[in-house]
Ligand binder design. Structure first.
Ligand code: NAP
Length: 279
């Protein structure tokens, strides 16, 4: 069945790769980006099935216009992909509010508002899907990545709740948790705190160093990530959590092991908290 998609952040990286794949297989697409210049060639190659519109996820009203375009041009919306996002490196003490808050505006509040704008249209379509880009960093926290971890953990919690709300309505949520993929992410999409505090020398600089040495050398092939995402969207029973790539899988498995060991070690003490007598 031909689907209609709306994807945020189609100017580059995973969003662009997914937009190209969706258009190439003959699905209908509302491709969005902050600047539509980057979408011109896509629209020209698929004049019948691809429309573009400016969507800055932090700008009120943009998402509603994109959803209206999907409904007007293609008669509805089957798949929303909340892909737009960026990262931030710095210890919690190093980051300043004017540095890290803009990331929450995009990764968290932008995703929420885009989703809220699309839900009335998605609820009209049996089998609709919402694909939310989280990260391996949305599974486990690590030094120097705390603000980014927090933004993606917010995506995870929101998506799990949304999945429960939408299950009876026939709409599925897929949380995509990529490991490192070779996009602009470690380049222009990774901001670093302006201030460095020497006390964190043992942990945080390694994160900065990772960015400097791995930009453009990430093992993950975005085309292969997109192939997995397409397969999940097409599945009759899509996964709620979808770690993509070996690194993301390792993070997920380690998190599960540590989580289980942690709660088991303190189980007897921590569950003895109910009133001695029940009413
Ligand atoms: P990318 O190539 O840098 O793409 C980031 C996209 O987000 C760009 O299209 C950018 O558009 C868009 N964006 C940023 N702010 C926006 C805003 N206010 N409104 C709309 N779009 C905005 O990086 P990517 O790797 O494809 O990242 C895509 C998603 O994957 C992100 O959510 C990221 O957290 C997640 N992710 C990536 C990796 C990885 O290793 N690549 C790993 C885990 C998770 P502009 O061109 O307008 O800036």
């Amino acid at each position: 069945m031909v689907k209609t998609w709306l994807i945020t952040g189609c100017s580059s990286g995973l969003g662009r790769e997914l937009a190209e794949a969706v258009a190439a297989r003959g699905d209908r697409l509302v491709a969005t980006a902050r600047s539509t210049d980057s979408l011109q060639s896509l629209c020209e190659r698929y004049p019948e099935t691809v429309r573009s519109v400016a969507l800055d996820v932090t700008r009120a009203g943009d998402a509603a216009k994109a959803v209206a375009l999907a409904e007007g041009a293609f008669g509805g919306l089957d798949v929303l992909v909340n892909n737009a996002g960026f990262g931030f490196i710095g210890a919690i003490e190093e980051g300043q509010p004017d540095e890290y808050r803009p990331m929450f505006e995009v990764n968290v509040f932008g995703l929420i508002e885009t989703t809220r704008a699309a839900l009335p249209a998605l609820r009209k379509r049996a089998g609709a899907r919402i694909v939310n880009l989280s990260s391996g960093a949305g599974i486990a926290g690590s030094a120097g990545f705390g603000f980014y971890n927090a933004s993606k953990f917010a995506v995870e919690g929101l998506s799990e709740a949304l999945a429960e709300e939408l299950r009876p309505l026939g709409v599925s949520v897929i949380i995509v948790e990529p490991g490192p993929f070779r996009t602009a992410f470690l380049g222009r999409s990774m901001i670093a705190a302006g201030r460095e505090i020497a006390a964190y020398a043992e942990t945080v600089p390694a994160r900065r160093h990772y960015r400097e040495t791995n930009n453009g050398r990430q093992a993950g092939d975005p085309a292969k990530a997109v192939a997995v995402m397409l397969q999940a969207v097409d599945a009759e029973h899509p996964p709620l959590h979808l770690p993509i790539g070996p690194r993301a899988h390792a993070i997920a498995e380690q998190k599960l092991d540590c989580f289980r060991a942690d709660i088991a070690a303190w189980r007897d003490i921590s569950i003895a908290t109910d009133f001695d007598t029940h009413n």
